[in-house]
Design a protein around this ligand. Structure first.
Ligand code: 13P
Length: 336
């Protein structure tokens, strides 16, 4: 087993999942202002440290993805944030892309940037304790989009990123996110997501990336948020499995879904059904941002000095997601 494969499995085995706490300062500012908390470096750290020092970390979370600001911060106990995370047995990850920018010649679409100087940044993140990384490509669906240009340029960037990350001894999370915004059907989401993922693997293979040492972070197959044709959760799980079975090479150890704007319970229930119906050899778990943090953030914002209530809320959410990653979740458990 390669070292990278071992790290990937350590992060996602036994129902463990990933806490995506890698919101950029811009996104985190929106999240904090929505609950009437001022977005300062201290407050951003205070919320994140509340989660990282909760009991649920060691039982349910295998990896945490940080943003550049956080990986360089020091916790209130004087430990660095990566040390605080590894003291709970969790692997530290870091977002290394520098964001999605307008794509030249198709400016309504996005290309994710961050390759320039990446090799040196990776060395630095490794020395700070990071052992895995994230890069997110983003695609929207409409009659015209995504174009072949967006699909191939983002796949190329994801492959160049992954090769550099593995060279530096870390596991790349490959995240091609097909957004749920729009009125498209679930079948269109299925077709687009399959094409996007296939293209990513085509490029990863050209770039000689070790597929046993990556984690794929895709969207689930959902109808657009404005579509009138909603499908059942059972259908979401079956279409998601169909997509991944037909587009992901079998060497890949695991898949960790993003929540993408689903509610906390919806993201949990869909993951649970995916695991109940899982007819693949892939581990299927979560790498949620909003669907792990939303309720905890609301509770925390009521009194940011009082950590326990927010930690209890986070522990519950992480437990529910971990049960779902084993196909053992049930709605009744939500109120216990
Ligand atoms: P959400 O689960 O909120 O979609 O965030 C996951 C993520 O990391 C997006 O890049």
């Amino acid at each position: 087993m390669s070292e990278l494969n071992k790290i990937a499995l350590q992060i996602i085995s036994n129902g463990k999942g990933i806490l995506a706490a890698d919101e950029s300062n811009g996104t985190m500012t929106k999240r904090l202002e929505a609950v009437n908390v001022k977005s300062t470096p201290e407050n951003r750290l205070s919320f994140r440290e509340t989660l990282f020092s909760s009991e649920g970390m060691k039982d349910y979370i295998g990896g945490v993805i940080l943003y550049d600001e956080t990986i360089n911060q020091t916790s209130s106990s004087g430990k660095s944030i990566p040390d605080l995370i590894s003291s709970t047995g969790v692997v530290t990850g870091i977002k290394v892309d520098t964001g999605a920018k307008d794509l030249a010649n198709s400016p309504e679409e996005k290309i994710t940037e961050g390759l320039d100087g990446l090799r040196d940044r990776l060395k630095q993140y490794y020395s700070l304790g990071a052992r895995f990384t994230k890069w997110r490509g983003v695609y929207s669906i409409s009659e015209k989009y995504p174009t072949k240009l967006a699909i191939s340029s983002n796949a190329h960037a994801l492959a160049r990123y992954s090769a550099l990350v593995q060279e530096s001894g870390m596991v790349p999370i490959v995240e091609p996110e097909v957004l749920m915004d729009g009125n498209h059907s679930a079948n269109i989401c299925l077709n687009v997501t399959s094409e996007v993922i296939r293209k990513c693997f085509e490029e990863l293979i050209i770039h000689k990336v070790d597929l046993s040492g990556i984690i794929l972070k895709p969207n689930m197959i959902l109808s657009g948020n404005l579509s009138k044709d909603k499908i059942s959760k059972e259908e979401v799980s079956l279409k998601t499995l169909e997509c991944l079975k037909n587009s992901v090479p079998k060497e890949v150890p695991g898949i960790a879904f993003l929540s993408g704007g689903q509610s906390e319970v919806e993201a949990t229930e869909n993951l649970n059904l995916i695991n109940i119906n899982n007819n693949t050899n892939f581990i299927m778990t979560y790498s949620y941002g909003r669907a792990l943090q939303q309720s905890a953030l609301k509770v925390w914002s009521k009194n940011i000095k009082e950590k326990e209530a927010a930690q209890n809320t986070f522990n519950h959410r992480a437990k529910m997601c971990t049960l779902a990653a084993q196909g053992k979740w049930a709605i009744e458990l939500e109120n216990k």
